[in-house]
Structures are given as structure tokens and as C-alpha cells.
Design a protein around this ligand. Structure first.
Ligand code: SAH
Length: 395
């Protein structure tokens, strides 16, 4: 196995078991490992530090996997890691009301670059690193053994593959292709998921708990679900007895699927309206029209893809939240989220405080949302924490 020598003074993060080693921390590579090969990371004296996947093209030169020299990174290692991750989701699936969740969450499940989502009897895979790509066969085999899915679909079309020198891929990896809409259950509600064409791996299962928590505040209320996608917050609110729900999303496919989901769940379509539009434009339109709501959900896409984009993103979050606050009846609730890893909860609170000041409103934070248990945050990898939200009472 090829040795990669760490620069002096760069030991701290490695010893703290952070799974990323940036190329700038590499002193020298003894030989020519191929992208995705497992290498030994050693210090200047040649002392073993960790094993990791190597990639010469990526800013993250090594994805560290093991800090115990006696453990071999072989098929059995992958099978064990997959088994632990899958077993860890049993609680979510136990009551039979939910059959969709994230089974494997990359670094947080000790498999850097592997994301596996379960959609009822189908699995959707995203492979984002060459190390995982090289071990695809054993990963698929173990998933088949453990879960016996009807089909496994590759959704490795994320831009981040480019950084590893990988082509984007998509298609059936095993079993049969998923139907156009796979029906899944989450908190007892049914969703049609378009695995092949849908966003991300098909569904945003990271909002499972938050959809339910928000919905519990919507009985008899007039609700606005912004960035609704296929209706996660909308369906839960209708089920909890919202007086009516308006959903806004810019994607025609999302709105179309949302309408199908309302039918699938036999919810009252008369209490629902869907608007295909840019949220920022639509909120301004509501303001001009004097429209008001009791509960507003804001679940925008990632505004800050990196730390350097944080300032700009903060302004966008502030503006979005300010206008939503203006559309609430006094005492109304704003459930607002940020899925930007670069935006931590304290910064998000600050942004909301600015938004409140500008809107001339008083805001109380009455609940803090986070990502659910199938999106764990590994203690040595705080970067894995990305989803946060606040339930605000706006006066
Ligand atoms: N709340 C959803 C997930 C939202 S994902 C759920 O519970 O499943 C973000 C959504 O924002 C996507 O559906 C995307 O189509 C939509 N979107 C992105 N930019 C938008 C914009 N400017 N206006 C309206 N929708 C937008």
C-alpha cells in the first residue's frame, strides 16, 4: 500500500479524526496511487496515522476511513459499515408509518461519498467519491443482501463528482427500474416519488420530523408553504386540519407531483391552491394584494454553498424572511429553514433578528429545528450539520 506523508504541524485534525485531509497538508506521496485507492497516511517519521481514499484531483486529497492500523479496508469493512448504518435506521421504519429514509449519510456514517436513500422497495444511490466508486460492487451486493430491494437506482449526477474526476451517471444498478412514481409513506402520508427525474435523490426526507412539528400548529389556520416541492409541509398541514394551504414552488414537476399527492392521500383539494412561481415575486405580489396568513413555511434551497457565499446568502435569507414576516397576521407563525452548512444556528438567529427589525416586528423563537436521526452529525465532522430552522412567533 502506498504511503502519503503528512506535512509537519498538520497532525491535529487527523488525530481528532476529521475525515478530510486537504491537498495542502500532504508533504509527499511515495509512488503513484490511482484515484480511489486506499493509502496509508503517515507522519514525517513514517508513523502510521490513518487509512484513506486517495484522490489527486480533489481539494480533499484523502478521505480518511480508519485510524487503527490493524483494521483492513476490505470488502468486509464496507459490509460492516453498511450494516451498522442500516441497522441504525430501524427506529425510523419500525412503526410502519414511514418506509422512506436516508440509510447511509456519507462521512457521518463513515462512508465518505456514499449516500443511500430508501424509497419503499427501491434504493437510490449517490456516489460522490472515487473511493466509493471503486467499491460499488460490494456496496450493491451488501445492500441487496440486507434489504432485498426491488431495484437500486444510481443518481450520481451531483456536480461534486467533477471534483473527483468522475463522470455523472444515472440509471438502474440492480433489479428492476423504479416506476415513474414510487409510492412511499412518511408519517403515515403517501408521496409519489420520481426517483429518476426528481430533485436530489428524489425527496427531501430530512424534513420528516419538522413537517410533523409544523403541522401540529396549523389546525384551523391559513397556511402558506413556500418552496413546497412535492408538498411535505402542505400535506401534513392539510391532514392536521389547516383551514387552507397555498403552496408555492418554481418547479412545474414539483407542483404536478404535489397535486397528485393530495389525491393519493384523499385530502380536500378544495382547501388547497398551488402556485407555480418564484417565491420572492409571489410574496411581493401577496403583499401588494394585502393577503395575510397565519402560518408561513420557508424552506428555500441552499443559498450559501460555501463560507465565502455567506454574506450574500445572509442578505437573501434576511430579505426573504422580512417579507414573509410582513405577510403574517399578528401572532402568526413563521417556520423558517436554512440548509446551508455555512450558516450556523446563531448566524441564522441574527439574520432573523435583522429581518424582524426591518419588518418592524417582534419575533420570539419558540422552537429550534434540526436534521433528523437518519442524517446524523458525526462528532468529528461538524460540517455534516447543515439543516436548521426556527419556529418564530411574529407579533
Ligand atoms: N419543502 C420541501 C423541500 C424544498 S426543496 C419539502 O418539504 O419537500 C426547495 C424547493 O425550492 C424545490 O422544490 C425548488 O424547486 C424550489 N425553488 C428553488 N428556488 C425557488 C424560487 N426562487 N422560487 C420558488 N421555488 C424555488
Amino acid at each position: 500500500m502506498i504511503d502519503v506523508i503528512l506535512k509537519k504541524g498538520k497532525e491535529k485534525a487527523v488525530m481528532q479524526r476529521h475525515p478530510w485531509l486537504f491537498s495542502g497538508a500532504v508533504e509527499r506521496v511515495k509512488g503513484k496511487p490511482a484515484n480511489g485507492d486506499v493509502v496509508r497516511l503517515v507522519d514525517a517519521q513514517g508513523k502510521f496515522l490513518a487509512y484513506g481514499f486517495y484522490n489527486s484531483q480533489s481539494r480533499v486529497a484523502l478521505r480518511l476511513l480508519e485510524w487503527n492500523e490493524d483494521v483492513q479496508i476490505n470488502d468486509d469493512w464496507f459490509r460492516k459499515k453498511i450494516g451498522v448504518a442500516v441497522n441504525g435506521r430501524a427506529n425510523i421504519l419500525a412503526d410502519g408509518n414511514t418506509n422512506t429514509c436516508r440509510l447511509i449519510f456519507s462521512e457521518a456514517d463513515y462512508l465518505p461519498g456514499l449516500i443511500v436513500d430508501k424509497y419503499a422497495d427501491y434504493l437510490s444511490l449517490q456516489i460522490l467519491t472515487s473511493g466509493i466508486e471503486n467499491n460499488k460492487a460490494v456496496i450493491i451486493d451488501e445492500l441487496q443482501k440486507l434489504l432485498k430491494p426491488k431495484g437500486i437506482f444510481d443518481k450520481s449526477d451531483a456536480g461534486s463528482r467533477e471534483h473527483e474526476g468522475l463522470e455523472t451517471t444515472s440509471g438502474v444498478l440492480a433489479g428492476s427500474p423504479p416506476p415513474e412514481l414510487v409510492e412511499v409513506k412518511e408519517n403515515g402520508l403517501t408521496y409519489g416519488i420520481n426517483i429518476a427525474e426528481g430533485q436530489k435523490s428524489g425527496f427531501y426526507c430530512d424534513q420528516r420530523d419538522n413537517r410533523r412539528i409544523v403541522a401540529e400548529h396549523t389546525a384551523g389556520k391559513k397556511v402558506l408553504d413556500c418552496f413546497s416541492y412535492t408538498g411535505g409541509f402542505t400535506l401534513n398541514s392539510l391532514r392536521f386540519g389547516a383551514a387552507n394551504v397555498t403552496s408555492v414552488d418554481s418547479s412545474a414537476l414539483a407542483i404536478d407531483t404535489l397535486k397528485k399527492n393530495i389525491e393519493l392521500n384523499k385530502l380536500d383539494a378544495a382547501k388547497h391552491s398551488a402556485i407555480q412561481s418564484d417565491v420572492n415575486k409571489q410574496l411581493r405580489k401577496f403583499k401588494e394584494e394585502g393577503e395575510k396568513f397565519d402560518v408561513i413555511v420557508l424552506d428555500p434551497p441552499k443559498y450559501a454553498p460555501s463560507r465565502s457565499a455567506l454574506d450574500r446568502a445572509s442578505r437573501a435569507y434576511k430579505d426573504l424572511n422580512r417579507i414573509a414576516m410582513l405577510l403574517l397576521n399578528s401572532g402568526g407563525l413563521l417556520a423558517t429553514y436554512s440548509c446551508s452548512g455555512a450558516m450556523d444556528i446563531d448566524t441564522f438567529k441574527q439574520v432573523l433578528a435583522w429581518a424582524a427589525l426591518d419588518a418592524g416586528k417582534e419575533v420570539q423563537f419558540i422552537y429550534q429545528f434540526c436534521q433528523p436521526e437518519d442524517h446524523p452529525v458525526r462528532a468529528s465532522f461538524p460540517e455534516g450539520e447543515y439543516l436548521k430552522g426556527l419556529l418564530c412567533r411574529v407579533i
